[in-house]
Design a binder for this molecule. Structure first.
Ligand code: ADP
Ligand code: MG
Length: 394
């Protein structure tokens, strides 16, 4: 996959239309986690370093459902962005329309205009060509750095690319640099650690990874459906009964390909699914009928550590336990540490897994922490991301 990259673009004296992912958490009008804004700064600063360049930035924020809902205004985002950029950010009065046109035209070199929430218009999510054209009219060049939204074919992520020379920003470039080898030519041994709550949301990525992986670790709530498929007792643990057969065929297929599959061999359980529940260690694969599996046990941790220690590449998606509850966070913490300690290339993707890595302050020890939850999952599933496809060299 070869992308047109920002360094190849001639941005001098151009108005650059840049899509970023500023869909950040906001509480009481204040951005509580600016990670996504910070992640876009290298591209933004690079554009602003180009002689005579002007910058028009677009992003979505929350789900205003195609309407101008003041609750989803970019206002708090603009304030945080301005603070982090250390430079004035003009917040546009709207997304499109004559007034915004005027604001764009009035831009001087080095100035930054942030459009209102692109999802204020239904044309955004519908990828309406007319809406995309109106956005495209604001720039001479399009730069997309919104990896987190790249799996959506929306007007600002895909549509505008039909009307302007289009380039990948540094963040998208970095995401692809780390993720593409996992899909195309991973270094072996290649280990995948897949957890999270549901088999249904992870089975496609498991099937895709099984084609390339040497080791697959399955943890989290979804592991119990696999254990059930192998004939074990899982008590009151999470079960997707509809997926028992899928789990069975997955395990059989992985086995026939020679992929080593690691499933939990012991558990930390609880009598109820609650933060205050007392952790109960169950030192067997089978779980007593009155208990819920909440986390992997110490023997499983040791097995995972042993299985991945010599991996040359690792991808981790999905926590292996209910890490939001402190009493059941240890398995995920130990997996995070093992991934951090691995000498191979390590990639973590997925909203909750990334939250876990941040919670444990281990992000700096991972080679690549993806900024895209759904996007990184779809990428690893081998699906084409429309926002990336639009930036490919023809
Ligand atoms: P990611 O966002 O990293 O892709 P998922 O959204 O698939 O991960 O899954 C994360 C959720 O899985 C977390 O909220 C976590 O509490 C839950 N989970 C992990 N282990 C269990 C378990 N044993 N039982 C129920 N839920 C679990
Ligand atoms: Mg999640």
């Amino acid at each position: 996959m070869q992308l047109n990259t920002i360094q190849e673009a001639d941005l001098q004296n151009k108005t650059v239309l840049c899509r970023v992912d500023f869909n950040v958490p906001v509480k009481d009008g204040v951005v509580t986690d600016p990670t996504r804004i910070i992640a876009a700064l290298p591209t933004i600063n690079y554009i602003l370093s180009q002689k005579g360049a002007k910058l028009v930035i677009m992003s979505h924020f929350g789900r205003p459902k195609g309407q101008k809902d003041p609750e989803f205004s970019m206002k708090p985002v603009a304030a945080k962005f301005q603070e982090l950029l250390g430079k004035k950010v003009i917040l546009a009065s709207d997304v499109i329309g004559p007034e915004v046109e005027k604001q764009v035209k009035a831009l001087k070199s080095g100035e930054v205009l942030l459009l209102e929430n692109v999802r204020f218009y239904p044309g955004e999510e519908k990828n309406d060509p007319e809406f995309a054209k109106q956005l495209a009219a604001f720039g001479d060049v399009y730069v997309n750095d919104a990896f987190g939204t790249a799996h959506r074919a929306h007007a600002s992520t895909e549509g505008v690319a039909h009307y302007l020379p289009s380039y990948a920003g540094f963040l998208i470039e970095k995401e692809i640099k780390f993720m593409a080898p996992l899909l195309e030519n991973p270094e072996h041994p290649f280990a995948a650690i897949i957890g999270g709550s549901k088999v249904s949301s992870k089975i496609t990525v498991l099937e895709s990874l099984a084609k390339r992986c040497d080791i697959i670790v399955i943890g989290g709530g979804m592991a119990y459906t696999f254990l059930k498929a192998e004939g074990h007792e899982i008590g009151k643990s999470l079960l997707e009964a509809d997926f028992i057969d899928t789990a069975k065929s997955f395990l059989a297929a992985a086995k026939s390909k020679g992929v080593k599959v690691v499933l939990p061999v012991d558990h930390i359980c609880a009598k109820e699914f609650a933060e205050t529940a007392a952790p109960i260690t169950v030192d067997s694969i089978d779980i007593p009928s009155d208990l819920i599996g909440m986390d992997i046990g110490p023997k499983t941790v040791a097995e995972i550590k042993d299985a991945i220690k010599d991996a040359k590449s690792i991808v981790w998606n999905g926590p292996v336990g209910v890490f939001e509850f402190n009493a059941f966070a240890n398995g995920t913490l130990e997996v995070a540490k093992a991934v951090a300690d691995c000498k191979g290339t390590t990639v973590v993707g997925g909203g909750d897994s990334v939250a876990a890595v941040n919670k444990f302050h281990l992000a700096s020890k991972i080679d690549h922490v993806s900024t895209g939850g759904g996007a990184s999952l779809e990428f690893l599933e081998g699906k084409e991301l429309p926002g990336i496809k639009a930036l490919e060299k023809k």
